[in-house]
Design a binder for this molecule. Structure first.
Ligand SMILES: *Cc1c(COP(=O)(O)O)cnc(C)c1O
Length: 398
């Protein structure tokens, strides 16, 4: 068979969306899906949110793109708002999560380079981590499915089990620059860092002069019911990556840093042609406007609690299939029994019950609805999951 025009790197399913309406996606044949995948935690405001649509349309007609050679009133304004609501002093805008990771790695290396300690370039990262698909980002994970065939990768990474503080501390040596860790692992299986782990990494950074880099591409930006995942832990990072929800569907990412951590990132050290262009900034401002409306994040927390309670109530009725619920806010994972397969259950719920979810590592079904869901959507999701659980044939049954 001839290679398709679209490089076949994704195992694409038969859902072929052509329109979105709030929490629903509509396929080519007019069929409707309840979208509890949200473009993998991207469509924070759902589909077609009027404020986001209007902001993009207005900005597209005014000024879409200019080079970063020119001054950026749009970028300065949005960056200042991110600084005002986070630990950070400064922001670099990207078009994706993996580019934000690249910027974070470069920022950490430059920090030690300008301090006269260029040998301190090694980042300690964690099993099951996912940081994106560029060469730097795949070097920062030890998952073979992302690395195989792409060697030689970027040197300077070491890997410890996630949530194992002792193992992480044991890897610190004279070459260590810091830690790169997801506050809540997404692809890896919706596993939140434990407070002891994250607070222990912070303490180690303070003691040894290392940098704590948090990857909040998936768990940041309101997803867990707080603006930033680290707010659940009473710590702050030195550098943080953000993307997915920040643009609400417009390609946008950011690398945030303290003034000190960014001290090496001077004129000429980094850049991006598109990064932070006026259209992206308008999308970002519109999403942030909605998230900063009074009560928005409290509502995410309340909806997250309802959804979690509903998922937990499904377990006793389907305990051959569902074994536990994990995650925070509206970043939830339904752990399946060993006899089941998250991937095939996600396909079954999608094809036979019109419910979109995403599979993740550790046999987990990720439930990542838009942050603007209402109780009726939660009820519909639970009904569909329950029906899907009743009609799902365990892979071992055939
Ligand atoms: C999705 C993701 C990335 C990569 O983002 P892209 O926009 O796909 O490059 C990085 N880190 C985490 C935690 C992610 O979930």
């Amino acid at each position: 068979m001839a290679t398709p025009a679209l490089m076949p790197v994704y195992p694409r399913c038969d859902v072929r969306p052509v329109r979105g309406e709030g929490v629903y996606l509509i396929g080519e044949r007019g069929e409707r899906y309840l979208d509890f995948a949200a473009g993998i935690a991207v469509n924070a405001l759902g589909h077609g949110h009027p404020k986001l649509v209007q902001a993009i349309a207005d900005q597209a007609a005014t000024l879409m793109h200019v080079s970063n050679l020119y001054g950026s009133p749009q970028g300065e304004h949005f960056a200042q708002r991110l600084v005002d609501c986070s630990f950070a002093d400064t922001v670099f805008f990207t078009n994706s999560g993996t580019e934000a990771i690249e910027c974070a790695i470069k920022t950490a290396r430059r920090f030690f380079y300008v301090k006269g300690e260029p040998q301190r370039h090694k980042l300690i990262t964690f099993n099951n981590a996912f940081h994106g698909r560029t060469m730097g980002a795949i070097s920062a994970t030890n998952q073979p499915k992302m690395r195989d065939g792409f060697e030689p990768l970027l040197p300077g990474f070491a890997y410890a089990p996630f949530n194992d503080l002792e193992a992480a501390l044991a890897l610190i040596d004279d070459n260590t620059a810091g830690f790169l860790v997801e506050t809540v692992q997404g692809e890896g299986g919706v596993s939140a860092a434990t407070p002891e782990f994250l607070q222990g990494l912070r303490r180690a950074c303070d003691e040894h002069g290392l940098l704590l880099i948090l990857d909040e591409v998936q768990c940041g930006y309101g997803r867990t019911g707080k603006m930033w995942g680290y707010e659940h832990y009473g710590i702050t990072p030195d550098i943080m990556t953000v993307a997915k929800g920040i643009g609400g569907g417009f390609p946008l990412g950011a690398c945030l840093a303290t003034e000190q951590a960014a001290s090496g990132m001077v004129f000429g050290t980094h850049g991006s042609t598109y990064g932070g262009n006026p259209l992206a900034m308008a999308a970002g401002e519109a999403v942030l406007d909605v998230m900063q409306e009074p009560g928005f994040l409290d509502r995410v927390t309340a909806m997250g609690e309802r959804l979690r309670a509903g998922l937990e109530q499904l377990i006793p009725n389907h305990d051959h299939l569902f074994v536990g619920v994990r995650g925070k806010g509206l970043m939830l994972g339904l752990k399946l029994s060993d006899a089941a397969e998250a991937r095939s259950f996600v396909a079954h719920a999608r094809d036979h019950h019109g419910l979109l979810t995403v599979s993740a590592g550790e046999n987990v079904v990720r439930v990542l609805p838009p942050l603007v869901i209402e109780e009726s959507h939660i009820a519909e999701c639970l009904e569909k999951l329950s029906a899907a659980a009743r009609s799902y044939a365990m892979p071992s049954d055939d």
